[in-house]
Design a protein around this ligand. Structure first.
Ligand code: HPA
Ligand SMILES: [Zn+2]
Length: 329
């Protein structure tokens, strides 16, 4: 089960396991992207973010109906709950689905329905609408407009997809609109993009968390700011290794981030593609970096602290991490 934790960086489309790709292709009468589950899984050798995204967008073409989004989220939430996730803030990429003729309502209501049902498993979930940074800002604004009837089911906006060459600045206006609607804000920055993109996300998008942020370590002044302001960073260790951004789990900068006093959390990103869910990422950094049980408790407490949960629920969940008996317990 592992330490009780929140997952703050998971793309629901990145939880689409190969078996479900084939089930949904059959159910919807659309072509499967490969001849077999094994053949599809064998393609999961990535040379960088772009090479991963090509497979990720191709596979999600099997998602057509509200039921599909429901089933996708139900499967993820059940697996996350098994690994000790008590709360998840889940990204979704509506522009990718709207482009295939799937409605915003089908996506949001499918995902939100599964979240409601998963409460009996002891896990809560909120949705984060992500804009695709390699699409024009007008397309992001249109997605936000289409989401307006569903804002009671969405906690925040985010920014994802190919990062290098797509700085946050272009999305300042749509983020301002989203914040004026009462949504919180996060953005991927400093995954493959430079530290300057992290500054832009903070200063121009006014985000409350930075997703990834690992390249911030290249800039000591930025590290000092992230520490002083206790800006949460949603780090995804197995993702960074599988995309070649970090050579090996034993070299992952998470340990240094903790030493620097940064508010780091551990997350799975796209667990169907990168070799594991939230608990698997905790286990990987524990053995790969030699983290102690008290480091794991700190990472788990950070995850609740950095969440968009109400303060009273944060306090209760942080108390659960303190009471956790440890990996051997
Ligand atoms: O790791 C990621 N980075 C950016 N965009 C993404 N969309 C899904 N996963 C990712
Ligand atoms: Zn991500």
């Amino acid at each position: 089960m592992g330490v009780p934790k929140a997952e703050l960086h998971v793309h629901i489309e990145g939880t689409l396991e190969p078996e479900l790709v084939f089930d949904l292709a059959r159910r919807n009468g659309v072509p499967a992207p490969a001849g077999s589950v094994e053949e599809l899984r064998a393609r999961y050798m990535f040379t960088g973010l772009r090479s991963f995204l090509d497979v990720y967008y191709a596979n999600m073409a099997v998602l057509r109906t509200g039921q599909d989004f429901h089933d996708l989220a139900a499967a993820y939430l059940a697996r996350a709950a098994e690994q000790g996730v008590r709360h998840a803030e889940v990204f979704f990429d509506p522009q990718a689905h709207l482009a295939r003729g799937v409605s915003m309502g089908a996506v949001v209501e499918g995902l939100a329905g599964a979240a409601d049902e998963a409460r009996h498993l002891g896990i809560s979930a909120d949705l984060i609408l992500c804009f695709l940074r390699d699409e024009p800002a007008e397309s992001a604004a249109e997605a936000l407009r289409l989401a307006e009837p569903f804002l009671d089911r969405i906690v925040a906006v985010g920014l994802d997809s190919a990062e290098a060459g797509y700085p946050p600045a272009a999305f300042a206006e749509v983020f301002a609109t989203a914040r004026a609607m009462g949504l919180r804000a996060v953005a991927h920055a400093g995954e493959e993009g430079p530290p300057e993109y992290v500054r832009e996300a903070l200063d121009l998008l006014r985000v409350e968390r930075v997703d990834h942020g690992i390249r911030s370590l290249e800039d000591p002044a930025l590290v000092a700011r992230l520490r002083d302001e206790q800006v949460p960073l949603t780090v995804c260790p197995l993702s960074n290794v599988r995309l070649g951004l970090v050579d090996a789990i034993t070299d992952h900068p998470l340990a240094r981030m903790l030493e620097e006093g940064l508010l780091a959390t551990v997350n799975s990103d796209d667990p169907a593609y990168f070799g594991g869910y939230a608990g698997d990422n905790f286990a990987a950094v524990r053995s790969g970096l030699g983290l102690s049980d008290s480091d794991l408790r700190l990472l788990a407490a950070n995850s609740f602290e950095a969440s968009f949960l109400p303060e009273d629920r944060k306090t209760d969940l942080i108390a659960e991490t303190t009471g956790w008996a440890g990996a051997e317990g």
